[in-house]
Design a protein around this ligand. Structure first.
Ligand code: SAJ
Length: 421
C-alpha cells in the first residue's frame, strides 16, 4: 500500500527535518507537536530550531501545501515518532514521551498503518510502544500477538544524523530498519526509500535499538580515552595534541580529540540506556561516561591553577582585578546549541567562583541564557585585548584564526588544543 499521508510526531531536531524532507518529495505530511508555539511557527513556514538550510526546506514545504503542523494527531498511513528519550535522575531511561505519543496516535490508527519509533531508545522500547498501542486499541491487532497477520506494522528505525549536517545525512546515511516482523521491516524500507539514498538494512527491533546505542557508546568510549590521555599527559608534562598526532600516524590507531567533556543530548545520554539494562556487564561503557562527565571539573581546576600562577607572576594584582575570558559555550564547534554543554557549565562555574570580571565569547548566539544575563557576552577582539586568563572551551572556526600574545601578562587554559597545540 502506498504511503500517501505521513505523520511525524515530535517536531524537534529530528522530526522537523524528517517531516520537511518527506514533504519535499511531495508527500502529504502532518507534523504533530505538543508545543503550540512550535506548531504556529512551522505553519508560518518558519522554524524554531537552528539547522543549516532547514528554514528554506520547511518554508517551501509549507507554502506548497505539503507540510502542516498541528497539536492533535490526525489519521495517516505511516506514523514516525521522534520524541525525546531523556533519562531520569538515576540515569534510568524516561519513556514517558513515547508513551504520550503512542496514546496520542492510537485513536486515529487504522488497519494497514505503519508505526515507526525513531527516538533513540533502550532495548525493548519498541515492544513497549506496541504494547501501549495495543492496550489503547483492542479492536486492532499488533505484531506482538498476530505476527505477520497484524493490522498494524511496527518498527524501530533510529535516527543517526549529525547536528549541523542533518539534511544531508538524512538522505545519504544508511538506515538500520528493525521491524517487529519481516513485513514490518519491509513496509518501513518502502517508506524510507521515499528519500533515503543510503542503504536500508533490515534487522529486528531489539538489534536496531542496540545498534544506535552502540554507535554513540563507541564514540563516548573513544572520546573518554582521549580525555583520559589529556589528564595523564598533563601529569607527565607531555603535549597531548602532539602525542595524538604522532600516535595517529600508526595505520591502525585513530584517537579522537580531548575536550572539556562530552555534550549534546545523545552521546552523553545514550550509553546510560545500555548501563541501566545491564549494569553488571557494562563496566567500560559506564566508566567512559564517568571519565567524560568529570572533565569539566578538571578544567575548572586548571583555571584555578592559572589564577594562582598569574598572581604569582603579577604580584601587584589582586584576584578581583583578574579578567577571565571563556571562549565558546556551545556543546560543539560552529553550532548554536547549548543543550547539555560542558562548556556552558564550565563558564557558569567560573562566573560563580571568580571574584573578578568574566567575559564570555560565543559568536553563534545573540544572547546569553536568561540565568547568565548579567554577565557580558563580548566579541572575540575585546576578550583577547582585555582578559588576563583565556579559557578556550570550543574550537569554533573564529577562534582557530585568533592569535594570542603569549607571556607573563596572560595565561591560557586550552581544552581543545588549538592555541596550545
Ligand atoms: N567530542 C569530543 N572529541 C571528539 C569528538 C567529539 O570531545 O573527538 C565531543 C563534542 O565536542 C561534543 C560531543 O563529543 O561535546 C558529541 O559531539 P559529536 O559530534 O560526537 O556527536 P553529536 O552528539 O553531535 O551526534 C552524535 C552522532 N553519533 C555518532 O557520531 C556516533 C550522530 O551521528 C547521532 O545521530 C547523534 O549523536 C544522535 O542523535 O544520537
Amino acid at each position: 500500500m502506498p504511503f500517501e499521508t505521513i505523520s511525524v510526531v515530535g517536531l524537534g531536531y529530528i522530526g522537523l527535518p524528517t517531516a520537511a524532507v518527506f514533504a519535499s518529495r511531495k508527500k502529504k505530511v502532518i507534523g504533530v507537536d505538543v508545543n503550540q508555539r512550535a506548531v504556529d511557527t512551522i505553519n508560518r513556514g518558519e522554524i524554531h530550531i537552528v539547522e543549516p538550510d532547514l528554514d528554506m526546506v520547511v518554508h517551501a514545504a509549507v507554502t506548497e501545501g505539503y507540510l502542516r503542523a498541528t497539536t492533535k494527531a490526525e489519521p495517516a498511513d505511516a506514523f514516525l515518532i521522534a520524541v525525546p528519550t531523556p533519562f531520569k535522575g538515576d540515569h534510568e531511561p524516561d519513556l514517558s514521551y513515547i508513551e504520550s505519543a503512542s496514546k496520542a496516535i492510537a485513536p486515529v490508527l487504522k488497519k494497514g498503518d505503519l508505526v515507526i519509533l525513531e527516538s533513540t531508545s533502550p532495548v525493548g522500547a519498541t515492544e513497549q510502544m506496541a504494547a501501549w498501542l495495543a492496550e489503547a486499541r483492542p479492536d486492532l491487532s499488533f505484531p506482538q500477538t498476530h505476527g505477520e497477520d497484524s493490522d498494524i506494522r511496527v518498527a524501530h528505525c533510529p535516527e543517526r544524523v549529525l547536528p549541523g549536517h542533518v539534511l544531508r545525512e538524512l538522505v545519504q546515511n544508511d538506515r538500520v530498519i528493525g521491524g517487529m516482523t519481516v513485513k514490518c521491516s519491509e513496509a518501513a524500507v518502502k517508506l524510507y526509500k521515499t528519500f533515503v539514498e543510503g542503504e536500508c538494512v533490515i534487522t529486528n527491533a531489539r538489534t536496531a535499538e542496540m545498534c544506535k546505542l552502540t554507535e554513540n557508546s563507541f564514540r563516548d568510549v573513544n572520546i573518554a580515552f582521549a580525555n583520559e590521555l589529556s589528564i595523564i599527559c598533563d601529569k607527565l608534562d607531555i603535549n597531548v595534541w602532539e602525542l595524538i598526532r604522532l600516535a595517529n600516524r600508526h595505520p591502525r590507531v585513530n584517537i579522537l580529540q580531548p575536550g572539556p567533556g562530552v555534550g549534546g543530548h545523545c552521546i552523553a545520554v545514550d550509553p546510560w540506556f545500555i548501563v541501566s539494562k545491564t549494569p553488571e556487564q557494562a563496566r567500560l561503557i559506564r566508566t567512559a561516561r564517568i571519565v567524560n562527565d568529570s572533565k569539566p571539573k578538571w578544567i575548572i581546576q586548571k583555571v584555578k591553577c592559572a589564577i594562582a600562577d598569574f598572581l604569582q607572576e603579577n604580584p601587584s594584582k589582586t584576584v578581583n582585578e583578574i579578567i577571565i575570558a571563556c571562549y565558546g559555550l556551545t556543546f560543539k564547534p560552529d553550532i548554536d546549541d547549548l543543550r547539555e554543554s560542558p562548556s556552558l557549565r564550565i563558564a557558569e562555574d567560573i562566573v560563580s567562583m571568580h571574584e573578578g570580571a568574566v567575559l564570555l565569547v560565543e559568536p553563534n548566539i545573540l544572547e546569553l541564557p536568561k540565568h547568565m544575563i548579567s554577565n557580558s557576552l563580548v566579541t572575540l577582539d575585546i576578550a583577547i585585548k582585555e582578559a588576563n586568563i583565556h579559557v578556550l572551551l570550543v574550537d569554533h572556526r573564529e577562534f582557530k584564526c585568533a592569535s594570542l600574545m603569549r607571556g607573563a601578562s596572560i595565561r591560557i587554559v586550552d581544552s581543545r588544543g588549538i592555541w596550545l597545540k
